[in-house]
Design a protein around this ligand. Sequence first.
Ligand code: AP5
Length: 214
Amino acid sequence: MNIIFLGAPGAGKGTQARKLVADFGLVQLSTGDMLRESQSSNTEIGKKVASIMNPGELVSDDIVISLIKERLSNTHATGFIFDGFPRTIGQAGALDTLLDVHDTSITAVIEMKVDNEALVDRITGRYTCAECGEVYHESSRPLLPTSVCIKCGSVKLKKRIDDNEESLRTRLDEYNNKTAPLIEYYLNKGILYSVDGLEEIEVINSAINKILLK
Ligand code: AP5
């Protein structure tokens, strides 16, 4: 089973992807996480990636496709969750070709619909565990009262550099101009399913499980 999560920044892709890893034993491939890892290496490529990601623009197709190609070749799994990839029609075509080589294909594309007002709240209120990357939110998923990560026990938290209103505006423009056309691309393939991303996290998880188990 191979799943794509499609949705604007803050729609809840990462939150739901981590749940599916637990529910179905799939491997989550987040190009955002891979690119953040490349930044932490402090290499020239890492610095270049940071200068594109921090203001909220999309990294080039060549870079992200090579990251996904490398992971698909080196990871043994019964299936993958593509979280934040593909983000352009070019990336979608490349993914189809890569999966074909591995004799597999996309089972379902889950589009998460959330309005702009909620996205601003989710992005500006998000923080993550610096050790394991578990995602929290100051009102909808707070760490309090213990301030200890429920997953790994760390007390170190961080906010993403691109989680501010200015970068978010650019990220939304990039989504609307370059990523939203994928909705029609997958609709035409008959594998697009939409869920209401404004529901509670557990309600959305049940809706996704229902789609995947039908
Ligand atoms: P990426 O890391 O993929 O970020 P994004 O798409 O902007 O998505 P987010 O991670 O911000 O949000 P999410 O949908 O995962 O929401 P989450 O579950 O965390 O990409 C970052 C950058 O990398 C891009 O801007 C680009 O520069 C580059 N990049 C990455 N992939 C690329 C590609 N393929 N091509 C080119 N460039 C690429 O939830 C958000 C918050 O809301 C959390 O606090 C969470 O607790 C809360 N929340 C979640 N669900 C709910 C709910 N149902 N109700 C209430 N709160 C909720």
